[in-house]
Design a protein around this ligand. Structure first.
Ligand code: SAM
Length: 291
């Protein structure tokens, strides 16, 4: 079992065997200025897995200390990243949105699985770090933006358009992300109604949130609206629990992986207007206690 003590980021770490992967750290990412219509996607060579030491070494190399305000709890267990990617059935040529790539440990597994990754990272230092880390592949693009404020639909449409020469399935993208717990509700509200863009969304959430979103028996008053919202737009599935000891720094709570299979608009519950349906739900929840 790994030590869960907080490692001192300024202390040298024990030697590890990680092969160099950035022959040209100063090279520009070839997707920084994506071509207008089509992307020339070449195969990426298999990368070394990130583990406890790799993640801490990456943070150490930049003198970066995790920022609580940005929910920076980094994944230390390469196997969990593998399971996240497997939960989304990521295949060669899939376009995947990753929110908050951090040091790029999950990004690494996504690229190895054959994905083309669009990452949105709020922290300028971490965005620069992953841009350099994956400078040797044209399967990766990072935008330094706040996901909550960014125009994700237009970013995704322009990526899908630039991949126009690829297979039909690239019309639907996927989301795979270890997101900060404090933005999870906003992320869910923003992404779930986008069944025209995304087929599945796999998120690492706080365990309590994950259970309440998926388990109907645990629905409490503050979760009724979000439960109705989640089930209107998706079929949610609780995949597995992730103990807090897998993160650095260790959070005060456990996490869990949830998969949302997004519905197409034709499969939404039959209501005359989605907007008036949710207005009606909000007003019934505020005036009755029997929902
Ligand atoms: C929980 S960490 C996960 C990092 C990495 N994916 C991993 O698994 O180790 C969350 C990441 O999201 C970034 N982040 C926080 N708020 C964000 C926001 N509003 N938009 C985009 N990224 C954000 C943080 O800087 C951090 O890199």
């Amino acid at each position: 079992m790994r030590s869960t003590a907080t490692p001192n980021l300024l202390q040298p770490l024990p030697p590890i065997s990680i092969s160099p992967r950035n022959p040209s750290l100063l090279a520009h990412n070839s997707l920084s200025n994506p071509p207008k219509r089509t992307l020339d996607i070449t195969c990426a060579s298999k990368r070394s897995p990130d583990d406890y030491h790799a993640t801490l070494k990456t943070l150490n190399s930049r003198g970066r200390r995790p920022r609580k305000s940005l929910g920076q709890h980094y994944m230390l267990n390469a196997e969990i990243n593998e399971q996240l990617v497997a939960s989304a059935n990521v295949e060669e040529g899939d376009l995947v949105l990753e929110i908050g790539p951090g040091t790029g440990s999950l990004t690494n597994v996504l690229i190895d699985a054959g994905a083309i990754v669009l990452a949105i990272e709020k922290d300028a230092h971490m965005a620069a770090l992953v841009r350099e880390r994956f400078a040797d592949t044209n399967r990766f693009k990072v935008l330094q933006e706040d996901f909550i404020k960014c125009h994700i639909r237009s970013h995704m449409l322009s990526m899908l358009e630039s991949m126009g020469s690829l297979s039909e399935k690239t019309r639907h993208a996927k989301v795979v992300a270890n997101i900060p717990f404090n933005i999870s509700t906003d992320v869910i509200k923003q992404l779930l109604p986008m069944g025209d863009i995304f087929s599945e969304i796999v998120l690492l959430l706080q365990d309590e949130t994950a259970l309440r979103l998926v388990e109907s028996s645990l629905r409490t008053s503050e979760y009724r609206l979000i439960n109705i919202f989640v089930n209107f737009y998706s079929d949610p599935e609780y995949k597995f629990k992730v103990p807090r000891s897998n993160f650095f720094p260790q959070p005060n709570v456990d996490a869990a992986v949830v998969k949302f299979k997004l519905k197409q608009a034709v499969n939404y519950p039959a209501v005359s207007s989605t907007k008036s349906f949710f207005s009606m739900v909000v007003s019934s929840l505020s005036t009755t206690s029997c929902f």
